[in-house]
Design a protein around this ligand. Structure first.
Ligand code: SAM
Ligand code: SF4
Length: 334
């Protein structure tokens, strides 16, 4: 679905903002190795935006020109009040795409309700089809439960379902073909994400290296006929291909590369209400304080518009071996 390009949100590099990623919690029922430490200190509840604050924020952004919202986390489906949030978001007249990124652990029981709220697109993280390996990666997750969630989501008829797999050498690189075949068999999409530098990932005493999208693409091209896609519904970091003879798209998400920054159309809100200008930079403004300070909608909208001058031209993870991102992904929503 093409996003309507009229927006009052334009940054200093003439990029219009139509896409907001909203992190609704930093908590999660998994502890994926590349995302979180085993023991985590989560935000006190008072520091996390309430459902009312999240809805107000989302409404202001849609009034300013945002046409797509992706709810993420942490794990959104464990957030208290999530049904109310989706019902509210689904009722916004200007929103064209209401999307969710989830680990799938609660999807089997939630999918129908999400569909009824107006969610039309779901990304489900799935790094392995081997139960023991899945558990090692997530430290907690049960593969079977997630696979049931995926089947339930397919049965509910969402417009778009995509699997997200982070690929690490020495961990799940050998599953790139089976994961793609699984997506093909289920008639859904899949994207392979380069691991972002949060620090060294070490599983079972083995240091694991990130695998570049180019390498994965070469490997996949030996097994599947990949047709480059030109029409893209959002400017984003995914390079998409269609598997010939199917409706399944394979995406390669390369955060290390800067080639998508020129078309960046997105902003992020972290669980504690920081409006983040770029995943790879620290520039942000404190929306939570604004929301709690009794300012009017118009005052907050003006501050948001004015803040866009600090959105950086590009991100800086250009040295894959050096961790540059100090935030854990669960707080920013990836
Ligand atoms: N809990 C949900 C999930 O796992 O889908 C939503 C939040 S999670 C932070 C969003 C996405 O970020 C997931 O697809 C996850 O694989 C990805 N992610 C987390 N840490 C990452 C990292 N260090 N590098 C690349 N992707 C990462
Ligand atoms: Fe939780 Fe998602 Fe991070 Fe895994 S990637 S720990 S499921 S937030």
């Amino acid at each position: 679905m093409a996003l309507t390009q009229t927006t009052q949100l334009v940054d200093g590099f003439d990029r219009g903002i139509s896409y907001l990623r909203l992190s609704v919690t930093d908590r999660c029922d998994f502890r994926c190795q590349y995302c979180m430490a085993e023991t985590m200190q989560f935000l006190p509840r008072s520091e996390v935006l309430t459902i009312e604050e999240l809805l107000r924020t989302a409404r202001l952004f849609t009034e300013l020109g945002v046409r797509k919202i992706r709810v993420t986390g942490g794990e959104p489906l464990i957030r208290r009040g999530i049904d109310e949030l989706f019902d509210g978001l689904g009722a916004f007249p200007n929103l064209e795409t209401l999307a969710l990124t989830t680990n799938g652990s609660h999807l089997a029981e939630s999918a129908q309700r999400l569909r009824e709220s107006g969610v039309n697109s779901i990304n489900i993280s799935l790094d392995s089809l081997e139960p023991e390996r899945f558990k090692a990666i997530t430290r907690i997750g049960e593969l079977e439960t997630v696979l049931r969630g995926i089947d339930q989501a397919i049965d509910c008829g969402f417009e778009r379902i995509r699997l997200n797999a982070v690929v690490l050498d020495g961990l799940n690189r050998d599953e790139v073909i089976p994961l793609t075949q699984y997506a093909l068999d289920k008639n859904i999409h899949i994207a392979f994400i380069e691991e972002m530098p949060l620090g060294q990932v070490n599983i079972g005493g083995k240091a694991l290296a990130y695998v570049s999208s180019d390498t994965l693409q070469d490997e996949l091209s030996e097994h599947f006929s990949l047709i480059p896609m030109t029409a893209r519904d959002t400017a984003g970091p995914s390079r998409d291909y269609l598997i010939a003879g199917s409706q399944t798209q394979v995406g390669f998400i390369s955060p290390h590369s800067q080639n998508f920054c020129a078309q960046c159309n997105r902003l992020r809100i972290s669980a504690e209400g920081r409006l983040l200008m770029c995943l790879g930079n620290e520039e942000s403004i404190d929306l939570r304080t604004l929301l709690r300070s009794g300012r009017s909608d118009d005052e907050i909208k003006t501050t948001i518009i004015d803040s866009l001058v600090i959105k950086p031209e590009r991100h800086v993870f250009d040295r894959p071996d050096e961790p540059q991102i100090v935030r854990f992904m669960n707080a920013t929503g990836g």
